[in-house]
Design a protein around this ligand. Sequence first.
Ligand SMILES: *[C@@H]1O[C@H](CO)[C@@H](O)[C@H](O)[C@H]1NC(C)=O
Ligand SMILES: *[C@@H]1O[C@H](CO)[C@@H](O)[C@H](O)[C@H]1NC(C)=O
Ligand SMILES: *[C@@H]1O[C@H](CO)[C@@H](O)[C@H](O)[C@H]1NC(C)=O
Length: 265
Amino acid sequence: MRSVLTLPFLAGLATSLPSPAQQPFSLESDLAGERVNVSLYVMSRCPDARLCENVFQSVIQQEGILDKIDLNVGYIGTPNKTEPLGVTCKHGQIECIGNAHQICLYEHLPVDKAYAVVQCQNYPSTFPKEIGSVESIQKCVKTVGIDWVNSGVGKCIQGKNFNQTLETPQKHKGKDKPEGGGDDEVKLLGKEATQLLKRNIKEVYDKGITTSCTIDIDSTVNKAGKRRCVVDGGVWKGCDDGHTAQDFIRVIEEEYKNLQSKKDE
Ligand SMILES: *[C@@H]1O[C@H](CO)[C@@H](O)[C@H](O)[C@H]1NC(C)=O
Ligand SMILES: *[C@@H]1O[C@H](CO)[C@@H](O)[C@H](O)[C@H]1NC(C)=O
Ligand SMILES: *[C@@H]1O[C@H](CO)[C@@H](O)[C@H](O)[C@H]1NC(C)=O
């Protein structure tokens, strides 16, 4: 209907990518045989991240794809020494806590399991209300069939309180439960979770990535060296190769094939 709106965008793209033609170019031999780097940059309480992660779930579930990629999930925020957690998050301190919870999942679980827990958290129509609550992530970890204590996730998230499953501060029980993210929750967050959060956010910040959700697929086929796709305000942008799960799978297969072919040269 308003397709004219895409024109300025396409024009911008043409100038930022000198050669949109996708021709294999020579690549350093030390990349040969590697997996395809795939990065999702998100914020745990962001609806665009939820949309992105939902589409990407079908990519992850595609048979064999996890053997061909290194999936990195980065959280967007601003390093800030005056904050209790050392970072500022767009949707408040509760989002920083939610990010830390999810980073603990990716640190301690196989990526498909971690992803399934995040999807469980994203699923409710009340999203993002539950994100950042220990109770919610414990429920989802259990739903996916992971042991809170033995997996290491509990210790990462709760620190020394890790073996007290479903432990929730009494005052947060009941209907008038506040949104959370106060200093109590910050104190309850494990040391490991806090350290991982700071490191993860700094890495993404240093890369200059500010839009949740951004999907980057490192490319050795495309001269730009990267295939980027962004969801912003519910709108997909810059996705030259398409933005369905099938499109992402096709691109990953193509990149993987190129990396493997370099191995035999
Ligand atoms: C993937 O990322 C790692 C770490 O940044 C880098 O060392 C490696 O060369 C990348 N591999 C490919 C195939 O792009
Ligand atoms: C850093 O955190 C303080 C609160 O501790 C906040 O007032 C300030 O805006 C934050 N700075 C940035 C750059 O986010
Ligand atoms: C669980 O934590 C309590 C203290 O909160 C401790 O006494 C107990 O040994 C812990 N159990 C395990 C299995 O780590």
